[in-house]
Design a protein around this ligand. Sequence first.
Ligand code: D5M
Ligand code: FE
Ligand code: ZN
Length: 518
Amino acid sequence: MPLEASARIVSELTSRGYNAEREAVTHLASADDPQAALERVIETLPEDALVVRSDHVRTTLSASDPTSKPGAGGSEPDGEDPSASTGATVSDPTAIGGYSPVETKGSTDAERSVDPALRSLEIDGDMTGQSTGTGEYSDFVAVFRDRLERLGAKLRSRINHRPATAIQKMPGGGEVAMVGLVNDIRSTASGHWLIELEDATGTFPWLVMKDREYADLVEELLCDEVLAMEGTLADDSGIAFVDSMYFPDIPRTHEPSTADRHVQAALISDVHVGSQEFMHDAWNRFADWLHTEQAQHVEYLLIAGDMVEGVGIYPDQDEELDIVDIYDQYEAFNEYLKRVPGDIEIVMIPGNHDAVRLAEPQPGFDEELRGIMSAHDPRIVSNPSTVTLEGVSILMYHGVSLDEVIAELPEEKASYEEPHKAMYHLLKKRHVAPQFGGHTRLAPEEQDYLIMEDVPDIFHTGHVHKLGFGKYHNVLAINSGCWQSQTDFQKSVNIDPDAGYAPIVDLDTLDVTVQKFS
Ligand code: D5M
Ligand code: FE
Ligand code: ZN
């Protein structure tokens, strides 16, 4: 189907408030008089329908008798037309197996193979509605204990560790190991590094000599991450000299799962509807592209936060707002979602511009906002959450901690130019936002929802508005770009955003292709 015809139909349906399945659009576009067909389909839609479904189009168009129901132009096809709109060539849509081949006129027409029965989508780690934290000191203690317990479990089997208080009592000169949270990182007057580790019993200082191979790793460390150290106790047992460091990490042998069929997911983030810089044309091109044959295997769309620009997020942000009311921003976002094919499954998490609490984990949107964003019936879950698509697990996290990783680590290890490399460090630490008290705000909960308990097959973040992807121990890390052109702030600090790109992942191979719409 020519892009133009489908785009026109999608536009028309969207302007009337409807979201449409791709097969429905294909049917309409291949009708002899698509406009008349569209009118007929809308006339017969149930009053509460939000989505124009292929079944409905098929039945409406095949039921219509040209002699008794002339179309808008008065000249209906004479029944000999081979298009799907006559119904004659369409197999029984209720048949087991579901898929009805669409007979079309042009050889370029998409043969849709969307069969919802083949799909599977599971969510893990969604803490929406599970928040128990009150922000009390005891909550912070509980969340760090949980972090040490669970990430420590990934290290304890690898070394002969001792609690901090037991180490203090050991005789000097011996071999020793400990699992703990990084409490403090200091350089000494002589250029060595002093790292204080904390466990449930107390703290113990570890010295990394500047000329040891492990010195290089010190610059990767963030406060509050969990790791293990092994070394030699000083004669007075007051400090230990580090020989080895261990991170929870992703096993090098990790083998990612893949889907059993050729199916794709588009991974995007940072739409920023409501900003003057929101790129509506690029978005519409993306949505129109999703209706084309080239995109027929894209059956999932993941959006990793910052749906809207929000209000009062940064100083002077209001000067660049196109829509000043937060609810109006979500209404507008919902309109843009309508252009996305109705048969695509959407999963989304909030980001720091969204109207949920800023502290992480961020619960999914409340009922009012869900109501506003209902046209496409997206799955709305917390930041972070893991979504498993046909066996492929994708850890979605907005990415505020990436600013911190990039600020703290040396340029060659993490930079805005290569955001995926910053993600590698989070994978190595098995935590999406290790450092507490900096950019990333933490809402203490009974458990640490920010831990990567299981190894994801794909790690998807956004936030820094730069596109980058790569593999770390076979885990595909993707930082999606954004749909917002450069803001004044970004100009002032030289952030050149990657705007208007959609990375598409083959779930059967984990290969990535990037589509550009700007
Ligand atoms: O963040 C987009 C990127 O830009 C992210 O790396 C933070 C940074 N950013 C954007 N505006 C500001 C201000 N005003 N101060 C500090 N950092 C900023 P996003 O979450 O989309 O705004
Ligand atoms: Fe953003
Ligand atoms: Zn953000």
